[in-house]
Design a protein around this ligand. Structure first.
Ligand code: PLP
Length: 276
């Protein structure tokens, strides 16, 4: 079904298995691509997957975005793969982090070795996955544009191309300008593990979020139609449509150089989520 989280899970799972982790606990939107891919991988390797979910979690400073979603594509697939979802009424991310910690404590009290997984799999292993992924490119680009949210995709690519002529630009799926501070913390943690450098600056463009995280934008809708009619490629409404909207705008602004790459991060099941 596509999604950048598979690459992260390759390294996360190896770590859990080596340490005898029996259950993992995370949180996110009901329509989370990460929870869906985690659910499948957990099922395959015999690790329980628990997740606190909200249909539309929001950043309290940015406020509750307008809109609601039903028929959530990823949620159906997560349940089918056997994940245990603890659904809460919409609220802010802080509430959901608390629930996630509580679920983990409860499992450990019951004697199940459970561990909390950062949202979106953005741990140093997640960063490593995208440092590795960068090596699969066999051409050189002036600019790489990618959808960005919990950060390990962006941080991994930015780390890989640091000091080269390639500029990595993330198009944010979240409204919080403080997101880059989390990226710096993540980069620091990765740098400490690998003995490499920690980045403090990231090219994160916040202009294309639209109404908020998880709510489709007008520009994103147009970008979806544009790529579909010109290349036959689908984009998801939460991440890649907004990123491609950014990509086209940056191209029009003339900042992409002569050879640019749009890095499609997947997320196809969200196409089957209905927004109102
Ligand atoms: C999670 C996700 C992203 C953002 O990746 P992060 O590493 O969380 O920043 C982009 N696109 C899709 C489809 C995703 O599911």
């Amino acid at each position: 079904m596509g999604g950048n989280k598979g690459r992260k899970l390759e390294f996360l799972v190896a770590d859990w298995l080596s340490r005898g982790v029996r259950a993992v606990v995370t949180c996110g939107a009901s329509d989370s691509n990460f929870i869906r891919q985690l659910a499948v991988v957990g099922r395959m390797v015999g690790i329980e997957v628990h997740a606190a979910v909200m249909d539309l979690p929001f950043d309290s400073a940015a406020g509750r975005p307008k809109g609601h979603s039903t028929y959530r594509g990823n949620e159906v697939l997560s349940i089918q793969a056997g994940a245990k979802l603890y659904k809460e009424a919409d609220g802010d991310w802080e509430d959901m982090y608390e629930s996630m910690e509580q679920i983990s404590r409860d499992l450990n009290n019951e004697g199940v070795f459970a561990e909390v997984v950062p949202v979106g799999g953005s741990s140093p292993q997640g960063v490593h996955a995208f440092v590795q992924a960068s090596k699969e490119l066999n051409e050189t680009f002036d600019t790489i544009v990618v959808a960005s949210s919990s950060g390990s995709t962006h941080v991994g690519l930015a780390t890989a191309f640091h000091g080269t002529a390639t500029r990595v630009i993330g198009i944010s799926a979240d409204p919080e300008p403080t997101l880059v501070e989390d990226f710096a913390v993540l980069s620091q943690a990765y740098g400490e593990r690998t003995g490499g450098l920690a980045l403090t600056k990231f090219d994160l463009d916040l202009r294309f979020v639209g109404p908020g995280y998880g709510v489709p934008s007008e520009g994103g809708r147009r970008a979806q139609q544009k790529l579909l009619e010109s290349e036959g490629i689908y984009l998801d409404p939460v991440y890649t449509a907004k990123a491609f909207d950014g990509f086209m705008n940056l191209a029009a602004e003339g900042v992409l150089g002569s050879k640019a790459l749009f890095w499609h991060t997947g997320g196809m099941p969200s196409i089957f989520t209905e927004f109102a």
